[in-house]
Design a protein around this ligand. Structure first.
Ligand code: GLP
Length: 241
């Protein structure tokens, strides 16, 4: 595990974007596993700047997002499809047909999850970007007695719905379920980049990265990944010094 802490948000964003850009420079057809939430926004902003400056192209890249709310269409402002279009896809030269976000409106959720897994299995993710939930979740793999390996429809914990209520008019509007990649596709990614920001994540970051490996803290499984890089700001990573 490569643990990096950054003095400023700008340094962290540049390092994160730099990792993705250098992957695309060496492998323009790279498959990116992408994440939503507030954590990766600064990294996407930096990537857009690199694209505008001509130092990176997404023209042949493909992407798979971690998750999507069940019941939201891609045009809903709080949907992860809309988030990705706004923060990255619409601002770079990626072919929209090469961007994948689970279909939250799928009639048959099981079939949608199996289809998503089959595409990922076929392509193989080169770099998976991840944020961290306050309860240790990754994607929407919530702490539990056991975890599900493949992509599945997950029931969101109240705390997770509370944390994500800021993207909706009220907590009542936050869907109760989401489709999420399971831990298997995440662990199979060739490289994982976990990004953690803010003092409120310091304790769970320490627990996930130095505590016991347990399904009660899904991010702790990342300790087993052979190529994990963790980017933290000083507030989240003070314990790592
Ligand atoms: C959501 C997403 C996760 C994300 C987490 C943290 O639950 N499904 O992928 O990592 O929120 O969000 P934030 O980065 O806003 O703290």
């Amino acid at each position: 595990m490569n643990l990096l802490t950054f003095r400023t948000e700008e340094d962290l964003n540049r390092a994160g974007a730099g990792l993705i850009a250098s992957l695309l420079q060496t492998n323009p057809r790279a498959v990116l596993g992408l994440a939503t939430g507030s954590t990766p926004i600064g990294i996407y902003e930096e990537l857009v700047k690199l694209y505008q400056g001509g130092s990176v192209s997404f023209a042949r890249a493909r992407s798979y997002n971690l998750d999507e709310y069940v019941g939201l269409s891609g045009s809903h402002p709080a949907s992860y499809r809309c988030f990705m279009n706004t923060h990255l896809f619409d601002q770079v030269d990626i072919d929209p047909a090469n961007t994948h976000v689970p279909n939250g409106l799928a009639v048959d959720l099981e079939q949608e999850c199996a289809y998503y897994d089959a595409m990922i299995e076929d392509e193989g993710i080169d770099l998976q970007l991840l944020g961290l939930g306050h309860n240790g979740h990754i994607g929407f793999n919530e702490p539990d007695d056991s975890l599900i390996a493949g992509t599945h429809a997950a029931t969101l914990q109240h705390r997770t719905r509370e944390a994500n209520a800021r993207f909706f008019d009220s907590i009542r509007d936050v869907p109760k379920q989401a489709i999420t990649m399971g831990v298997a596709p995440i662990m199979k990614a060739r490289q994982v980049m976990l990004v953690i920001r803010g003092e409120s994540k310091a304790e769970i970051a320490k627990q996930a990265l130095t505590g016991p490996i347990t399904t009660k803290c899904p991010a702790s499984l990342l300790q087993l990944h052979p190529n994990l890089v963790v980017l933290m700001d000083e507030a989240a990573g003070a314990w790592a010094k």
